[in-house]
Design a protein around this ligand. Sequence first.
Ligand code: SF4
Ligand code: FES
Length: 242
Amino acid sequence: MEKDEFITLKLELFRDNKKKYVEYNYIKRDFDERPMALDVLLQAQENEIDDLAFRYGCRARNCGVCTIDVNDKPRLACRARVKDGDKISPIATLPKIKDFVVKRDGISRQMQGYNNISIKNNLNVEADHSYHNLTSCIECYACLDGCPLHKKNNLEEINNNPYTYGNPFSFLKLQRLYLDPLTPEKEKETIIEKAKSLGLETYKKEYNNLKIKCGVGINLKDEVIKPLLKVAFGDQIEKKNK
Ligand code: SF4
Ligand code: FES
């Protein structure tokens, strides 16, 4: 095969509780093709590693299940273009199961009991745009990267326990509930208490240095963390972080 007919990627697999690196030559479909990471995984499975484990669903940035790391940064595999020499690995912020498949349920379990406070309705016309912006979250968990709170969780925790500390996603869910006009006023205090119990105060201390990035472009600092901090801790944080 001529060199311009393929690109070589390093795949980090996880098998028998160990990392294993393999090089894969992706055969380009066109001379100037720059494939998505998911194209590489699909072709590698088809051509060479028939038990390669990875998740995907919509292939259109809607379902959030395909998140992997490209060169150690979280990306949606169906939307991340890769080039010769790139490394593809499982998302580092969640426990690995096999290859690129990670355990996702510890995060969603943090929200147990908070899913039925309001009557869910994404088309809630009463809600303002700050609420609707938050409905675009696809639960891809890219925002766990760089989160000082999630870092404190023990990822090896067994029995599907929810993690002790929160993350931008869990706070987004709480902020969305807080903004939802269908959430009864008396529940709002509970929501803020839940945010505090997940460690919101750490964000208060580290707000200025917080480097969190949303996989679909939600401004997590301004639209989630800042308003939650304001309600939970008042003007103090506003002044400190201006
Ligand atoms: S807030 Fe953004 S990065 Fe985090 S889970 Fe939702 S879509 Fe993904
Ligand atoms: S496959 Fe659904 S977001 Fe990538």
